[in-house]
Design a protein around this ligand. Sequence first.
Ligand code: ATP
Ligand code: MG
Length: 395
Amino acid sequence: MEKIILIKYGELSTKKGNRNFFIKTLKDEVNRKLSTLPCEIMSDFSRMSITCKDEDLNKVLDKLNTIFGIHAYHIAYKIASNQEEIEKKVLEVMSEEKFSTFKIETNRRDKSFPISSMDFSRRLGGIILKNIEGVKVDVHHPDVLCSVEIYSQEAYIYTNQHKGLGGYPIGTQPKALLMLSGGIDSPVAGYLAMKRGIKIEAVYFEAIPHTSMEARNKVIELSRKLARYTNKINLHIVPFTELQEEIYKKSDPAYGITIMRRMMYRIMDKLCQKYKAKAIINGESIGQVASQTLVSMNVINEVTNLPVIRPLACFDKLEIMEIARKIDTYNTSILPYEDCCTIFVPKHPVIHPELEVAKKIEKEIDYETLIQKAIDNTFTIVVHEEAENIYSDLL
Ligand code: ATP
Ligand code: MG
């Protein structure tokens, strides 16, 4: 008797034209994640099943819980598609459950099975009522729901349902670049973007010596946490010191952050071209700080035509923190190392900046040259979930 993990595609199966592509991407992802564990993976248009040894079950489940595109899964018994065997097994499975009300739900995927789904559910229900004392049927709110799925060769029986991460498998959308600071918000934004199937690479603006190696290591650690949900994250580190110092020399302090963020967006735009990424993702949340009012966003966004995806735009900080804890980035994010934004932050940043004022200040800065220099000196660290980092200069 085999116990197997049965994955339902959920939302994926509503993608009519793209369905095969979504399922194939999910299967590749499951194959890759489980490649070090001995198990057998099978899939068709309606479900995926994974057979593994009992002792590996928890390890397999741990991996499955990091894969987007899995909405729910069941740990099921797999038996032959044979009426008597199914009846015997359903009774055996239900005898191990503690309940006073129950429901049997049969799904006859193979119509050559001789009894209709409804009739078979009734028949199985009758067997339970006859053999297990003190229980009754409740079709609306049963304590235990026993599902029976019948295919031509095999049948699955299960009484549990586990929630998966949901979303779409990574790779069903093209690449985008995540602005990853050491804060609480941006790793959560990255997680939510990946959940939509977007493949992400991260970009960190650093201002050594104003920021420390500890701050960089924190961003590497956050990338590693995000890499759990994919296989690796390319982290591009942009040396931002010169540009930032120039900004603060030349601008009205109130506009410092506005100009700095316009420069960041310009660099992001160029990096997106370079790495063939289709969007910029960041952790901005409307109204959170002066640079994230709608007026600020307008002025800052003006330098790029790329979509800027802000997964947290309408989230409260508490909601963001809750996700950060769930994905285990929170404790790393709250480590106290300074960021290039916080170090230069003025006392009274402008809340409603004017585009013309920003442009006038920028005329005094030779930013094209400094931006090119920053891009030329950008280097990349490939961050894996577990393995050592591979430092590589991709330029
Ligand atoms: P977080 O928003 O991640 O908690 P933060 O609050 O320090 O960090 P903000 O000042 O709110 O960052 O900046 C808004 C967004 O801009 C960040 O969520 C991040 O996406 C991006 N960002 C800020 N600083 C940097 C940086 N040094 N490198 C890369 N991206 C950055
Ligand atoms: Mg923030």
